[in-house]
Each structure stands twice: as structure tokens, then as C-alpha cells.
Design a protein around this ligand. Structure first.
Ligand code: DX5
Ligand code: ZN
Length: 213
């Protein structure tokens, strides 16, 4: 299982320290939640702060956009060379075009689905993307309760991926802990995002990351 800690649960007064800790602690990706106060009722970080995160990180960035104007934000963050940029299918009129644009920038495109969004809405985009992010909470905040129907959704998505693009990864984000990770692995999930489980673990971030792995 690849582990992508969400820095949303880090101490923003010591952000570089907390990014270094997860990288040294064995994470695979650094998950960066960008919220614009419109698509979701919360506001997080822009390019100045993400640039500081990129400098502190020794692992690739996984940028999760929760914004209304996706292409604007893609172009804003592309110079930071993230491994992945993911955007919500619910918010994009021309997802196929934006996927191609992200790819042309040398970044791996990923699509995000809210807990209720039909898997079929991305079936014909699967061959063009490198990852699907299934939300297991409503986007906007860390520390929410895991919505367990994501396990059935991951199983169904895995079957679609086998048919359309076996190289495409499945990532799950929201409320993930050591209670849910085994079921997610069994369902075919490749990457878990975890914010509060990693940063609030009593034994520290490295122990939390290895528990998920
Ligand atoms: C929610 C974010 C998540 C969140 C995960 O909108 O996309 O990445 O920070 O945090 P936890 O693991 O605490 O749910
Ligand atoms: Zn996220």
C-alpha cells in the first residue's frame, strides 16, 4: 500500500518540519489539499505555501484540487512539478481536455469522485488518466468519519480499471486509518491518503505510516 499523508493535519506553524517528518517517516507521496472556499466550504493554501512544501519534501507531491476553476489552478501549480494533479469530475465541464493539458505539462493526471458520484461518469476517461481518487468523506475538512461504501465502490472501480486501463491506480481519501486499510487493500486500492491518522498518531508519523503499510 502506498501512503500519502495529507499535510492538512500538519502544524502550519511548523510546516517544513512536518513535511520533512513524513518524508523521513517513509511516505510515498505528499498529499496537498488545495481548497478555494467555493467548491468546498474551506480555504487552504496557494502557490507560495505549496512552493515551501515542495522545497521541504523529498517525496513527490500529490496535489488534490478542490476548486471551481480547475485549469487556472493547474497552471498555477504546474511549475512546482508535482507527480500528480487531481481534480473533481463534478466541477469540470471538459475533463478530457484538462486531462490532456495536465499530461502535456509532464504531470500525471488524476480524477476525483465525491462519495455519491457515479463511477460510470469517468469510465471513458480511464484510459487517459493515471489515478482515480475516491473520496471517503465529503471534501473540505480533515478528521471526518470514513464512509464505508467506498470499499464497494473501489471493488467496482477495480473491475472497470481492469477492463479499460490496468495501469491506473486507485487512491482513497478521507477518514482512513489502520481500521479500514486492510479492506481497502483487498478491494484493490493502491494508495491511501491519511491526515489525522498520521499526524495525530500517539507513536508519531513514522509509526502511523508503517501501520498503514
Ligand atoms: C478532505 C481532504 C483530505 C483530508 C484527509 O477534503 O481531501 O485529504 O485532509 O484527512 P483525514 O485523513 O483526517 O480525513
Ligand atoms: Zn485530499
Amino acid at each position: 500500500m502506498l501512503v500519502a499523508p495529507s499535510i492538512l493535519s500538519a502544524d502550519f506553524g511548523h510546516l517544513a518540519r512536518d513535511v520533512e517528518a513524513i518524508c523521513k517517516g517513509g511516505c510515498d507521496l505528499v498529499h496537498v489539499d488545495v481548497m478555494d472556499g467555493h467548491f468546498v466550504p474551506n480555504l487552504t493554501i496557494g502557490p507560495v505555501v505549496v512552493e515551501a512544501v515542495a522545497k521541504a519534501a523529498t517525496k513527490p507531491l500529490d496535489i488534490h484540487l478542490m476548486v471551481e476553476n480547475n485549469s487556472f489552478f493547474v497552471d498555477l501549480f504546474a511549475p512546482l512539478n508535482p507527480a500528480f494533479i487531481s481534480f473533481h469530475i463534478e466541477e469540470e465541464k471538459h475533463p478530457h481536455r484538462l486531462v490532456q493539458h495536465i499530461r502535456s505539462l509532464g504531470i500525471r493526471p488524476a480524477l476525483v469522485l465525491n462519495p455519491h458520484t457515479p463511477l460510470e461518469s469517468i469510465e471513458y476517461l480511464l484510459e487517459d488518466i493515471d489515478m482515480v481518487l475516491l473520496m471517503s468523506v465529503n471534501p473540505g475538512f480533515g478528521g471526518q468519519k470514513f464512509i464505508s461504501s467506498v470499499i464497494e465502490r473501489a471493488t467496482r472501480l477495480k473491475a472497470l480499471i481492469e477492463k479499460r486501463n490496468p495501469n491506473c491506480l486507485i487512491e482513497v481519501d478521507g477518514g482512513v486509518s489502520d481500521n479500514s486499510v486492510q479492506q481497502l487493500a483487498d478491494a484493490g486500492v493502491d494508495v491511501v491518503v491519511a491526515g489525522s491518522f498520521v499526524y495525530k498518531h500517539p507513536k508519531g508519523v513514522a509509526a502511523a505510516i508503517s501501520a498503514l503499510k
